[in-house]
Design a protein around this ligand. Structure first.
Ligand code: ZN
Length: 131
């Protein structure tokens, strides 16, 4: 179920999936790819009985935030987000998806994530001189 509104999620995000209800920020376009991303999260939630998903999501984000000191980078590296971003453009993915795919996905992405390398390069490039 999609709920369009002006409050949730915070301004620069388009959508958030809360307990299987998809909140879409009014004025933002919401494509089939975006919907697929949120449905992948619903599948992940069901595998962890919903509350387990949010607990794991929060703890992993905090660990990544401490490690990388960058809010968006930490968000993007959460294993649930890696799976959702890596497969959101494949609209048939959920029909073929294996149980616990997010767990396997995290290891696969960790080794070969082009995004991660791009972010690391970008951060180094713009790091201010300290001398
Ligand atoms: Zn997501």
């Amino acid at each position: 179920m999609i709920i369009r509104n002006s409050i949730i999620p915070v301004s620069h995000f388009t959508a958030i999936n809360l307990f299987g209800l998809i909140f879409v920020r009014r004025g933002h376009s919401f494509s089939d790819v975006d919907l697929n991303h949120e449905r992948i999260h619903t599948a992940q939630m069901l595998e962890l009985l919903v509350l387990g998903f949010y607990l794991w999501y929060l703890v992993e984000w905090l660990v990544l935030l401490v490690r990388h000191r960058n809010v968006l980078r930490a968000y993007r590296l959460i294993r649930f987000e890696r799976e959702a971003y890596d497969h959101q453009a494949d609209l048939g993915y959920l029909r073929r998806r294996r149980l616990w795919a997010w767990a396997r996905q995290a290891e696969k992405s960790r080794i070969s994530s082009a995004d991660e390398m791009k972010i690391i390069r970008r951060r180094k490039k713009f790091r201010p001189q300290t001398k």
